[in-house]
Structures are given as structure tokens and as C-alpha cells.
Design a protein around this ligand. Structure first.
Ligand SMILES: [Fe+2]
Length: 180
């Protein structure tokens, strides 16, 4: 399933779909149009190995690495929080791949997403659909968004919480104990 995923800034998603889907063989996992337009693609059971965000820019938005233990994410978050301005997106959990993660700024303009607990999908039967609940179940405050989109993203999360959206944790064998 590879080490994680890459997300690109793009000017227009519709102009690029032929390249990633028809030429390279990525398949659509799901997509959202609000609070920003983003399309997620898979090549294997990882929910997405590639995503495109329509920001009007070009370049790498972030690279995600998935680690074995939730504590790895928390301990890295401690390190990142110790540096002013290092956190690009606060700790949170995604609605589509269930990843618990945060995003750190790098010396370049892209971010590194450090995550744990991503889901596996069944590519043969997966049906792509529009996401109506925004990108995160909780957290993931995106300090890089324009103010109106930041406010919209916060309103999405409040609705997600009020509507009771909760997802089971995704764990690998040997990485959990069942509580009584
Ligand atoms: Fe990501």
C-alpha cells in the first residue's frame, strides 16, 4: 500500500482527470466541492495514494506518511508544537480515510502529514461518492485556508459532531488490545 500519499495543488482538477485516471490508471475514491474542491484517488486498498486540491496554484500541497503507532503521531506533534509556526494543520481525523494526523510545515512551501490508522478499501467493489461532511471528523484546523473557508470548515465539523458521525479505529494485527 506504499508509505502514504501525495496531494497536489492544481489550477483546475477537470483539466487533469484524463491524465491521472485514463493514462495512469488511478481510480476515484471520493470527492468534495466544499469547503474546497478536492478529488481523492486510489491504486490499491489504500483509500487514496493521490489527491488533487483546486487552489489555483501548482505544486505539492502535502506528502503523507503513515506510521505504526498512534503514539508516534502524538510524540511528533509534541516536537512540532514546540516550534512556533511549524503546525500547518492541527491534530484531527479525516472523514474519508479515517486517518488521525497533523500537518507540519517544511522549509519549502509544502507540508508533511504524519498519520496513523488509515482505512483499507476493497478496490473491486468501491463506489466513489461525493463527500458532504467536509474533510475532517474533528480537529484539522487549517490555518492556511482563507478566513471564510476556515470558518466554513469549522462549521462543517460542528455539524459532523452534532449529527453523530463516528468511525471505528482502524488497527493492524498486533497493534491493539480489546478492552473489557
Ligand atoms: Fe492527506
Amino acid at each position: 500500500m506504499g508509505m502514504g500519499h501525495v496531494v497536489f495543488h492544481v489550477e483546475r482538477i477537470d483539466d487533469l482527470l484524463w491524465f491521472y485516471q485514463d493514462l495512469l490508471g488511478f481510480r476515484l475514491s471520493d470527492f468534495c466541492v466544499r469547503p474546497f474542491k478536492a478529488y481523492f484517488f486510489h491504486l490499491n486498498p489504500r483509500h487514496h495514494s493521490l489527491a488533487l486540491i483546486e487552489t489555483g496554484r501548482r505544486g505539492i500541497h502535502h506528502v503523507m506518511m503513515e506510521v505504526m503507532n498512534l503514539d508516534d503521531v502524538g510524540q511528533a506533534y509534541d516536537i512540532a508544537q514546540a516550534e512556533p509556526g511549524r503546525i500547518g494543520t492541527t491534530l484531527g481525523r479525516h472523514t474519508n480515510d479515517f486517518m488521525t494526523s497533523f500537518y507540519a510545515r517544511t522549509p519549502d512551501s509544502f507540508m508533511v502529514e504524519y498519520g496513523w490508522g488509515g482505512r483499507a478499501i476493497e478496490p473491486a467493489t468501491w463506489q466513489a461518492q461525493e463527500m458532504h461532511h467536509g474533510p475532517s471528523l474533528w480537529g484539522h484546523d487549517r490555518t492556511w485556508l482563507p478566513p471564510e473557508q476556515l470558518a466554513e470548515a469549522r462549521a462543517f465539523r460542528a455539524r459532523v459532531a452534532a449529527e453523530g458521525m463516528r468511525e471505528p479505529v482502524q488497527v493492524m494485527a498486533g497493534n491493539y488490545q480489546v478492552a473489557p
